[in-house]
Design a protein around this ligand. Structure first.
Ligand SMILES: NC(=O)c1ccc[n+]([C@@H]2O[C@H](COP(=O)([O-])OP(=O)(O)OC[C@H]3O[C@@H](n4cnc5c(N)ncnc54)[C@H](O)[C@@H]3O)[C@@H](O)[C@H]2O)c1
Length: 288
């Protein structure tokens, strides 16, 4: 059954970012009202200016703050009378040089898990009473990293696999309620976060080139992800893979990963690059 987004109230976290803002625009075009949240009030206010003020509520919200999550939902309901969809989309990766598990900074590892896993949990937890009441939807931005090898991006990959698992559980637990839960798996998308793997660091970029064939390294604009999100919500799709070329790999992941991990672990060019990356991490830390 088609889920009509017209008149629905959608909460987006990380709304000022590439995928968040493109999705906000696409949802607005489809008649939804928006609760736009991010860590900077100015950033969400700026985005909100693109829309009719009657249909938008811009709020500052750090997803690691569980109490703030409840307050955001309370204010959304106070303003619009309801909340239908929670899009837990905020995410981070390394701040600087991508690190391996041997060399990464302990605090940064924890921060990534805090935002990418607990941030999703806080958002989901606060929104669920409203989502169930309105037979709405929870949508979480995971990643192709939910099933790809997370070398040099391990806390990110671990979080993305964890939120995928959370949503599978939630979808089943919501089975009798009329509400549903979905996972979004964007491929490489042209936004700030993707710079970690593409161009932001020469060694990480070369690692990507070594690990993936060219057709899997092609980036897409965030607007393409946004269109996928809207289509997915309209169909209550449990899994939204954008671009679609990743879907067969996700489906075949058991077999694919067995061979891919084996090849990556034995690749001597990759060994050298990992060594260089670790040296760069240590050098950068020593300079701080
Ligand atoms: N760009 C890609 O290639 C790609 C691929 C797969 C998944 N993703 C995921 O898509 C989501 C959106 O990322 P994007 O590509 O738009 O990148 P982006 O960096 O443009 O956007 C991320 C947004 O999250 C916000 N954010 C960071 N920490 C936050 C916190 N503690 N609380 C609230 N908001 C916070 C940032 O301010 C930013 O606006 C992320 O979860 C990311 O992991 C991105």
């Amino acid at each position: 059954m088609s889920y009509d987004l017209r008149g629905k109230v959608v909460l987006i976290t990380g709304a000022a970012g590439g995928i968040g803002s493109a999705t906000a625009r696409e949802l607005y075009r489809n008649g939804s009202s928006l609760v736009l949240t991010d860590t900077s009030q100015i950033a969400v206010d700026t985005l909100a200016q693109e829309f009719n003020s009657q249909n938008v509520l811009p709020l500052v919200f750090d997803v690691t703050d569980a109490e703030a999550a409840k307050e955001v939902v309370r204010r959304a309901v106070e303003r619009f009378g309801r909340l239908d969809v929670a899009f837990a989309n905020a995410g981070i990766s390394w701040r600087g040089v991508p690190a391996t598990l041997r060399t990464c900074d302990e605090a940064e590892f924890r921060r990534i898990i805090e935002v990418d896993l607990f941030g999703v949990w806080n958002t989901m937890r606060a929104a669920l009473p409203e989502i169930v009441r309105n037979r709405g939807q929870v949508l979480v931005t995971s990643s192709i990293y939910a099933y790809l090898n997370g070398m040099a991006n391990a806390p990110y990959a671990a979080s993305k696999a964890a939120v995928e698992s959370l949503i599978r559980s939630l979808r089943t637990e919501l089975g009798a309620t009329g509400a549903s839960a979905s996972v979004l798996y964007p491929g490489w998308t042209e936004t700030a976060i993707a710079k970690v793997a593409f161009g932001g660091n020469a060694i990480a970029t070369e690692m990507n080139r070594t690990a993936l064939p060219a057709f899997l390294r092609r980036t897409i604009p965030p607007e393409q992800v946004a269109q996928g999100v809207v289509r997915g919500l309209q169909k209550r799709q449990p899994r939204i893979a954008v671009p679609a070329r990743w879907a067969p790999i996700s489906m075949m992941r058991g077999l694919f990963n067995m061979f891919a991990d084996r090849l990556l672990t034995r690749n001597t060019h990759l060994h050298r690059l990992i060594g260089q990356l670790e040296e760069e991490v240590v050098r950068t830390r020593d300079c701080d």
